[in-house]
Design a protein around this ligand. Sequence first.
Ligand code: SF4
Length: 264
Amino acid sequence: MPLDIMDADVLHVSVSQLKTWLRCPRQYELKYVRGHEPEAVPHALAFGSAFHAALAAHYGERQAGRALSLDALVSAFARAWDEQGQRGVPIEAGEGVPDAVDLAQRMLAAFLDHDAAAPAEVVAVEKPVSAVLHDPDTGVVLEERLTGFIDLVVREDGRLVVVENKTAARRYAEDQLRFDVQPTAYQLALRQAGAGDEVGLRYQIVTKAKAPAVQVEDVMRDDQDQEDFLRMAVGVLRAIDAGVSYPLRRWQCRSCPYRRRCVK
Ligand code: SF4
């Protein structure tokens, strides 16, 4: 599968940037246009990044034919967690948030049990991908390319499956699985790389419950999803180019990393 398609010297946009603008255009402006440092990092975001690093270490070793013990995985998490804490931006934990390393240990134990029960062949870890964006109504190609990293590619029964690893307080709901644009973006890149729709799209979610669980969900995206995604991306990028920015005040403002700067 020819997935090596990250070009230099072109404008890039990520799904995360598009989602940030959709969440709040003012937040996008403060983060990406003005380049302000966040005032704090939400605990869930920092935890998710560190957990992601531990899973990447696990799958990297599996790809090399080795295995990491639970202790080694927890150490990988702890290192990544410490690095987050040393960046000079405080990690903002709400009341009652459990110790990060204790929680990660329980989650990683559940994850290892799950992985040992169904060990798929690891094909790639943190695979860079990109895609051309075009307006589906006019055919005009945008100068920005969509770029990102696929968390994991596995081979299962002779078929490639791209996997998005997540941590979440609870299991993903049906609508979350159906409408999240991340798999749609992956599929766009895969189609353009000639991989076609035979490549599967999957979420693997480790929950933060007292007894953590691993939720595995295969999802589908069709031509309509691709068109909708492209229209959304084109619309957002046009708005950004035009300098559109406004605050979108709602409950998410409480945990916004730019909230003090926003109200100045
Ligand atoms: S505080 Fe609210 S309105 Fe302001 S940037 Fe953050 S999310 Fe947007």
